[in-house]
Design a protein around this ligand. Structure first.
Ligand SMILES: [Zn+2]
Length: 291
């Protein structure tokens, strides 16, 4: 993980949450691009789970991790692909991080960083996510639709730092969240009540936050993730239901003990105030979420 110096501008959250929607997703990228993502990002994401995260797990948690495998599926139907579909098979321990969902998260991370760097109104990013889900394909992928240079990170150290921070911390959280479902032997959502599902979500989030605190890595990327998913999933059932309670619990956990993300090594680049701001951003998303 890299340095953690930059915080999000609050206005991102406030502006983006004016919008909401629901509809179908679809295949956004050329297959050859997704094959490249699977290869290049796949290696990195495996390293995050099986090297970086592994180093911070207890012996009991390691036993669970040892039975997990990670795959990066390509869309099998170009019209029926979910851009948020990270999941784990609760019978086999196989985690699926679809190449398209990884690429979409990466593009959103880069777009946010680029818009912040260039002083553009990030409402356009939210509108894009909403319209994509309303209208489906044919639709341009995020960078082309939002006029973000393909290699925007080359043009600014800030954009490089912020976008990487969003993507890496977001993926680490999502990997840990899935690992928790496996570790705590959670039930499949079609077998349990909505209340039970929410309880499972909270336990999975708590686990992710706990391990990220051990790693001294604040979950910055989850602001972008929750923003994007809250725009499109609030009124339909998902595998990881997003609720106001769930987001408030995350915000509460962050604000209750902000110091646990700070270490001797990162004490000059990260303050408790940064963590409290992150908590507030997530709380703002919760406040605008439809129950
Ligand atoms: Zn979940």
């Amino acid at each position: 993980m890299c340095r953690w110096t930059v915080s999000f501008e609050r206005r991102f959250v406030l502006l983006l949450l004016m919008l909401c929607s629901a509809a179908a997703e679809a295949g956004l990228y050329p297959r050859v691009e997704l094959e490249r993502v699977r290869e290049v990002y796949g290696v990195n994401i495996e390293a995050v789970l099986f090297d970086d995260i592994r180093a911070y797990l207890t012996p009991e948690e390691l036993k669970s991790l040892n039975k997990v495998s990670l795959t990066f599926p390509l869309p099998d139907n170009k019209d029926s692909v979910d851009v948020f579909g990270f999941a784990i098979d609760l019978n086999s321990g196989q985690m699926a991080f679809p190449a398209q969902a990884i690429k979409f998260f990466d593009d959103l991370a880069l777009s946010f960083a680029w818009y912040e760097h260039t002083g553009q109104d990030p409402t356009s990013i939210a509108e894009y996510v909403v319209n994509l889900h309303r209208k489906g394909l044919p639709f341009l992928p995020p960078l082309a639709a939002l006029n973000v240079p393909e290699k925007a990170w080359e043009q600014s150290q800030y954009v490089d730092d912020v976008s990487q921070k969003i993507l890496k911390s977001g993926l680490a959280f999502l990997l840990l969240h899935e690992l928790a479902h496996w570790h705590f032997k959670h039930g499949a959502y079609h077998d349990i009540s909505y209340a039970a599902a929410r309880k499972q979500e909270q336990q999975a989030d708590d686990f992710a936050l706990e391990v990220m605190a051990r790693m001294k890595t604040p979950p910055y990327g989850m602001v972008v993730w929750f923003l994007a998913t809250s725009l499109v999933t609030s009124d339909r059932v998902t595998t990881h239901p997003l609720s106001r309670d769930r987001l408030n619990a995350i915000a509460h956990s962050l604000s209750e003990s902000p110091g646990r993300y700070i270490s001797y090594e990162n004490r000059h680049s990260l303050t408790k105030q940064d963590i409290l701001r992150l908590a507030q951003d997530i709380q703002d998303i919760a406040a605008r979420l439809k129950q």
